[in-house]
Design a protein around this ligand. Structure first.
Ligand code: ZN
Ligand code: ZN
Length: 148
């Protein structure tokens, strides 16, 4: 098990949360995930692997990790949430396709400038910037073009 999963476990442990076997399985799977995922996907991946983890446990665990800021939640549309581990990435924005729901990361060097500028202007200490841009991705545009 690598450092990240230890971190997740350690943080939860330090809050006095016992790691159950089910939660362990979820943390291990999260460690292997690089991109964005949702609870249902996690559930089906784990089940395909033969792990016995219930849906409610997954939802509970994700909520917990979110509460301790170990994962970020992206609200794609109403009642559709995606998550991504926080420790793997720097500040970045998200391009979200309104047709297929694809999420594309875009890193931005200007986030730091943005932080200090907005911070100075409003006298506000910014920790995180989350930018979500909605639109239509390239393959969806291509698909709609070929239909016409
Ligand atoms: Zn698309
Ligand atoms: Zn992302």
């Amino acid at each position: 098990m690598n450092k990240e999963a230890h971190q997740l476990k350690d943080v939860l442990g330090s809050r006095g949360l016992k790691n159950t076997r089910e939660r362990d399985t979820i943390l291990r799977e999260l460690e292997a995930r690089k991109g964005h995922f949702n609870a249902e996907k996690l559930f089906s991946v784990l089940n395909r692997k033969g792990a016995k983890v219930s849906r409610p446990t997954i939802y509970r665990t994700l909520k917990l990790l979110e509460k301790y800021h170990l994962i970020d939640r992206l609200d794609i549309k109403q009642n559709c949430f995606y998550y991504e581990p926080k420790y793997q990435k720097k500040d970045h924005g998200h391009l979200i396709c309104e047709k297929c729901g694809k999420i594309i990361d875009f890193p931005s060097e200007s986030f730091n400038t943005l932080k200090s500028e907005i911070g100075k202007d409003k006298n506000f200490k910014l920790d995180n910037i989350s930018i979500q841009v909605f639109g239509v991705c390239r393959s969806c545009r291509k698909a709609s073009r070929s239909k016409n």
